[in-house]
Design a protein around this ligand. Structure first.
Ligand code: UDP
Length: 238
């Protein structure tokens, strides 16, 4: 299978790692998701990942309980490091070389994020997992994903979700909802379509990185989308 996008970044929410469980990490689910990453890697794609932290902690949750938002956000960023290590384990147990690079230094656990070094890892065929978001409170891992995709010079930013693209309405609630094949960045921003947050979409737009929204639940879906024939919504300027 020939791939259309050679260097890519996949954003996967923390919640996707919960699988059927109400909280935390379901290792079977992590294994299933990382199987998708492995198959894309085997096709010769240079793959990087940003994993969210919502399955463990979100900054806003702490803030509503009276914590300072910035401190709560640091807790959220640390949650993404826990997820990154789980994903690293799942990939390496199948023989895929990986590096976790954190935006918050914790040198005994993983590497610090250094842009040129991350690019080198990708060139050497290692899967790079970017942890701790942007390293700054008041941001999200969506924005971290768009930022790292721009820094790595990625050909595409992939957003793995529960459904196979962006719909006019919630397809799980409204059977009349229709799926968009393509959208422009402006469509997403102006219609406030819930794909990625606005700063992530703006960053992708400025750097002309197409966003491909696809389902993480279809086996082989990630590879098909990279080959250009999978079910997804492509967000780009025409
Ligand atoms: N976070 C942050 N700065 C970042 C990325 C993440 O402060 O650059 C914090 C924020 O509190 C957020 C939490 O980390 O709620 C987990 O990330 P996110 O909510 O984006 O995870 P997801 O919804 O994708 O699981």
């Amino acid at each position: 299978m020939a791939i259309k996008y050679r260097r890519v970044l996949l954003k996967c929410s923390g919640e996707a790692l919960m699988g059927p469980t109400p909280y935390g990490i379901d290792f079977e689910t992590v294994d299933r998701i990382t199987a998708e990453v492995r198959s894309v890697h085997a096709l010769g794609a240079q793959v990087s990942l940003v994993i969210g932290g919502g399955n463990i902690f979100r900054g806003v949750a702490g803030a509503t309980r009276g914590m300072q938002r910035a401190s709560a956000d640091y807790m959220g960023m640390l949650a993404t490091v826990i997820n990154a290590l789980a994903v690293q384990h799942a990939l390496e147990s199948h023989g895929v070389a990986t590096r976790v690079m954190s935006a918050i230094r914790m040198d005994t656990v993983c590497e610090p994020y250094i842009r040129r070094r991350a690019i080198r890892h990708l060139e050497k065929g290692r899967v790079v997992i970017f942890a701790a978001g942007t390293g700054n409170p008041f941001f999200t891992t969506d924005t971290a994903a768009a930022l790292r995709a721009a820094e790595m010079g990625c050909d595409a930013l992939l957003k793995g979700t529960q459904v196979d693209g962006v719909y006019s309405d919630d397809p799980k609630k409204n059977p009349q909802a229709t799926r968009y094949e393509t959208l422009t960045y402006m469509d997403v921003l102006q219609r406030d379509l819930k794909v990625m947050d606005a700063s992530a979409v703006s960053l992708a737009r400025e750097n002309k990185i197409p966003i491909l929204v696809f389902s993480l639940h279809e086996p082989g879906g990630f590879a098909k989308v990279l080959a250009g024939d999978g079910r997804c919504t492509i967000i780009q300027d025409v």
